[in-house]
Ligand binder design. Structure first.
Ligand code: BTN
Length: 258
């Protein structure tokens, strides 16, 4: 499916207040994160979105490479949140993806802590938030979202975990334009609720596939094994380790054990 993600097609009649009202589109660039961070440092309007038709050096969390060939969604949104909203921003982004996938395709997805989105246990979306923080205030935050849309994942080997795409799940292609427009709308709705004092924490926590599960949790170079006892309101994972101790992880990755 050939769909056009250029500025006019994304912004026309979008119906948002500020997210996606300015779009910078490239058919091919190394990473939308670098462009968005440069724009943010130069004071780009809040909600500016950098979209790439294809990325040649996509960035994942923990210095991983993120593959985003043609057919996928790769975008970064520039935000200037208060420090108190930074953790909710990450939650709003993953929830917006869950809502968008459900609205546009009818597929049910879940969040794997901290912010991967999975369908049937396979990764469909990754989210990377990079922020500039000074004197405990946020200069900017760039929310990078990559979704596997029209991609035959069988053609890509050597992934560090099982992946899928919307076209793999549905057996047909999906409009990236429709997904992008819905995603920007949903993200704004959720972010505005946070700013209005209606936290997204509860819905985010309920969308996690991780609560109560036995996991391996990697944080830095350390791997812990235990049961996810709870998730704190700031998004940290509370892990009851096999030796009975309770540890709090603010960043990292989990692998579900069966
Ligand atoms: C992860 O799961 O490790 C996060 C992946 C984030 C990928 C997106 S694609 C758009 C934006 N540009 C990048 O280079 N990375 C993020």
């Amino acid at each position: 499916m050939e769909d056009d993600l250029s500025k006019d097609s994304v912004t026309k009649g979008l119906g948002t207040r500020f997210i996606g009202q300015r779009v910078i589109y490239y058919s091919k660039i190394p990473s939308t994160m670098d462009v968005a961070k440069r724009e943010a440092q130069q004071g780009a309007a809040e909600g500016t979105v950098v979209i790439a038709g294809e990325q040649t050096a996509g960035k994942g969390r923990m210095k991983r490479v993120w593959l985003s060939p043609k057919g996928n969604i790769a975008l970064s949104i520039i935000m200037y949140p208060k420090m108190a909203y930074l953790s909710s921003l990450v939650m709003a982004a993953s929830l917006a993806v869950v809502h968008t996938i459900a609205d546009v395709t009818g597929l049910r997805s879940q969040i794997k802590w901290p912010n991967d989105v999975l369908i049937n246990g396979k990764k469909i979306c990754g989210i990377l938030v990079e922020s500039g923080v000074r004197d405990s205030s946020v200069d900017y935050a760039v929310v990078g979202i990559g979704i596997n849309v029209n991609l035959k994942t069988a053609d890509f080997t050597g992934m560090y975990l099982p992946v899928t795409s919307l076209s793999d799940e549905l057996g047909r292609d999906v409009s990236r334009l429709e997904l992008v427009r819905r995603l920007l709308f949903e993200f704004e709705e959720l972010y505005l609720s946070v700013r209005n004092g209606e936290p997204v924490y509860q819905e985010w926590r309920d969308s996690l596939n991780t609560l109560g599960k036995r996991v391996h949790a990697r944080s830095g170079n350390t791997v812990y094994e235990g049961i996810v006892e709870s998730i704190a309101e700031d998004g940290s994972l509370m892990l009851r380790c096999s030796d009975g101790s309770l540890i709090k992880l603010t960043a990292g990755d989990v692998t579900l054990r069966d």
